[in-house]
Design a protein. Structure first.
Length: 318
């Protein structure tokens, strides 16, 4: 098995920059610094929660099921390898695979020499990515959110002690185009990162890449890590990278198949994500802690307001 690493897609990452400047001693400035110190305090452990995309957050539906993604494959396969087949990627079994491995399997099916497949893989994924950017408006065609997804992402995305990102076999522009057009991209932790099929062919490596990027972009290493997925490949990937796998019966695989793929005797498996409270409990997240953090932030905002009013009053007295 060939493992291909690609850097064909240029990314712009937003990194925090901290500069030590003169610190004003006004009450308002002190309140602002206190609020900033609370939000970045290392006393609150970070939980990293990563999600597969297809079959986990969304499902293909209707006559145009997953049309955008399949059309991106067709575009890249035709432009780079000259493959023109109306069956597209469905000539191979692709559930739980990653985009580069799917390209390789389809090209191999059509008789493309092995060395040519990998010599031109960068060209193919670049062509697919360009197509995804150009056709992003069509990304939700033939797709729908699975039950409970929006509520769970909204709940997790509102917490300061949780980072939420994608780990998917989709090329990065394709994965984010789906999230944007389905209206859930806002719930992922800025700068909206993860591990993608454009980074590596192995899902286990993608889970590890997401962890490393969390440390790089957020400046803190997650103390707990969970990965949601609907295939045995997702379960194995999570455990390979040292994360806790949470299997979902929202795809084509049975509970028995997911259990058999785990190293654990009793892995965490849900029928779907409809019970937000139960999922949050499985993540070991104390809802009271989240409420306390929100209450603390509100108290500091109110303190900041009161100090500002006090400063204004003192200025008027002068």
């Amino acid at each position: 098995m060939h493992v291909v690493r690609l850097d064909a897609i240029e990314r712009t990452r937003i990194q925090p920059h901290f500069a030590r400047a003169s610190t004003p001693s006004t009450p308002l400035a002190r309140a602002a610094r206190a609020r900033a110190n609370m939000s970045t305090s290392s006393a609150v452990p970070l939980t990293l929660v990563t999600f597969d995309v297809d079959g986990t957050l969304i499902r293909a539906s209707g006559a145009d099921a997953n049309k955008f993604h399949k059309d991106a494959f067709a575009h890249g396969l035709l432009e780079v390898y000259g493959i023109d087949d109306a069956r597209g990627i469905d000539v191979v079994q692709h559930h739980g695979s990653t985009d580069m491995l799917i390209v390789a399997a389809v090209a191999r099916f059509h008789g493309v020499p092995e060395e040519v497949i990998y010599e031109r893989m960068d060209e193919c994924t670049a062509a697919m990515s360009r197509y995804a950017v150009e056709k992003k408006a069509d990304a939700a065609e033939g797709l729908e959110l699975l039950v409970g997804v929006r509520a769970l992402l909204e709940k997790l995305g509102a917490r300061d002690d949780v980072a939420v990102c994608l780990v998917t076999g989709n090329l990065e522009p394709i994965g984010w185009a789906k999230m944007q057009r389905l209206g859930i991209d806002e719930f992922f932790t800025p700068p909206r990162y993860g591990g993608f099929g454009s980074d590596h062919t192995d899902r286990g490596e993608l889970v590890a890449i997401a962890e490393n990027r969390t440390k790089e972009y957020l400046g803190v290493r997650a103390e707990k890590r969970f990965h949601f997925g609907d295939t045995p490949a997702d379960v194995k990937a999570a455990e390979f990278a040292g994360a806790t796998a949470i299997g979902l019966l929202t795809g084509i695989f049975s509970k028995e198949e997911l259990v058999a793929s785990s190293k654990l005797d009793d892995p965490i498996i849900f029928d779907d994500l409809s019970d937000t409270a139960a999922v949050v409990r499985a993540l070991g997240l104390d809802s009271n802690l989240g409420e306390c953090l929100l209450t603390g932030r509100l108290a500091l905002v109110l303190l900041e307001r009161d100090l500002l009013l006090l400063e204004l009053a003192l200025l008027l007295l002068e």
